[in-house]
Design a protein around this ligand. Sequence first.
Ligand SMILES: [Zn+2]
Length: 701
Amino acid sequence: MKKLIMILFIPIILFSACKQEEKRSTNPFFSEFNTPYNVPPFDKIDTSHFIPAFEKGIIDQQAEIDAIVNCKEAPTFENTVIALDKSGSLLTRVSRVFGTINGANTNPALQNINRKIAPKTTKHRDNISLNEKLFQRIKKVYENRETSNLDADQKRVVEKYYEDFVRDGANLNETDKAKLRELNQKLSTLSIKFGENLLAETNTNFKLIIDKQEDLAGLPQGIIDASSDAARADSLVGKWVFTLQKPLMIPFLQYAKNRDLREKLYRGYFMRCNNNNKFDNKQILLDIANLRAERAKLLGFKTYAEYSISRNMAQTPEKVYEFLTGIFNPAQEVAKKDRDEMQKIIKKEGGKFNLAPWDWWYYAEKLRKEKYNLDESELKPYFVLDNVRNGMFYVANKLYGLTFTRKTNIPVYHPEVETYEVKEANGNYAGILYIDFYPRSGKRPGAWCGAIREQVYEKGKRIPPIVSMVCNFTRPTGSDPSLLTWDEVTTMFHEFGHGLHNIFTDGKYDRTAGSLPRDMVELPSQIMENWAAQPEVIRYYGKHYQTGEVIPNELLEKLQKSMVFNQGFETVEYVAASLLDLDWHSFTEPKKIDVLAFEKESMDKIKLMKEILPRYRSTYFSHIIGGYAAGYYVYLWAAVLDSDAFQAFVDSGDIFNKEIAAKFRKHILTEGGTDEGMIQYKKFRGQDPSIDPLLKKRGLK
Ligand SMILES: [Zn+2]
């Protein structure tokens, strides 16, 4: 009965009342899937199947909970904790399939289901977590845990469930419980609205339409072709369209000579959900922050940040503030130096303006060229999507012996989705991997990875998982294959790392299997980015799309050297957003404030330089609406861990050291949920993590 967590984002999973009982007999969710590897029969699942499946899922789980509560025997690990852990299988099954499709390929009908189902699942979850009799049974098992012959794994499962119940309000009186339910309902509805507004503002409401060829000056041909394809898709033949999706927006900011158009596009981006129209998220965000503050207080915490961080490795918001500001200051020093050098370029070119936020990418490219003689567009021809994907499979093979075989007989939710059978070195089946690479109007921005079905033990036997990776990468054009940016290359390895975590997780109990603290969850993903950047790995996947020539040494060296480039900017915009997130979750009581003024004050506090905006502004900060509330900092926290962990490979003289890989796999990827994060980390590393490898990697030390 694990809480459904998709990496990067929690798709809010939902349910509703329904009149489709007659469809039950043919509803694929109500019988064995009967597909290869038991994957969901995406080709047979119809929109109309979801609501009945959610409804039955809720009823079934409620019956399972009732059976636990009404059990005449004294509470035991078996009859209470295991029974709870195993409950809700239909609901989990439909939630995961729905979450997968709704995130990657949504439409108004699915959004509508989402809105209808959310209040029902929220209510159902509350019916479990606030069930007094159930809690009393769990509490009994918890109190007897030292004397009931439980092994270490079982004891931890009991402790985690007990803690969950307390954190979900089980110790509250009836009045406060009712209050909590109300807050949960409101939060669930507001979160959906926030996401829908953002989807519309990113994919639909803003487009930069160009009809004069001269306005394309500076852009690489591949980007011009892609924007022409985008225009054609909008029936704007002979024009060029730039959207706020990153594969089109970032190159425009990097290369377009027309400064006014750069500003227009970037403004479109950073004003999302802040246009005082029906897609505005200001009030929604404030309401969410206030409701969370109330919720935290009700549960005995000073702030939501305290509530959220208390179960992470960092433990307290103070520690996170200290960690972030400690890195912010040196990073901003570096960013300011870069800014000054860019300003010199502007002056040299005769520009009479100060560098503005929409200029950063453009002049950063020029500075990159000046400093490293490297133009990002020189790299792209070597980063063919298919080769990069094979490169990440190669790394997984060298480290862990895994093999990946493309499948064509597995049902998918969209024809662009690729599927792979994963096998261990000894040939044992290890899972199925779905990969969905390209942007679509029904796809959320960003990249993420989740399980369509997690590993599970049935009758003592482990069933491997079905994993899904979703990205928004550069599309192929009419003439060229998909050619990736460096950022896309590392993002692919990153999400794949989450995938490996899913594939290797092995645990009998749903509650603890694969469950890492929030600020450790990015360790499995981010460590993969280190391999993506190793010369021998780049040589493996970096082959010219026309000639097949391996990336020349000279270019590779330039890329390596330039890896510290712009790290000041990247770190500053990230840390600024992380601090903004913490500030939104540090209310000790609900506030009536102006959202934009609050944001400004938050950024003024750290003296954020005016040429850089926080990576996410309040009205489109979807991470903190989903699963990363008071938790956007976790990527940097985990970056300390991933840099330190990778250093173990480097220090051994072999980046594919099988012995170290086996330790990493065992203590972090396979058994990471069996004990506290730091304990598991030290089992792998044999010592505390050091921050030095990270600072060095980013050129901040
Ligand atoms: Zn991630």
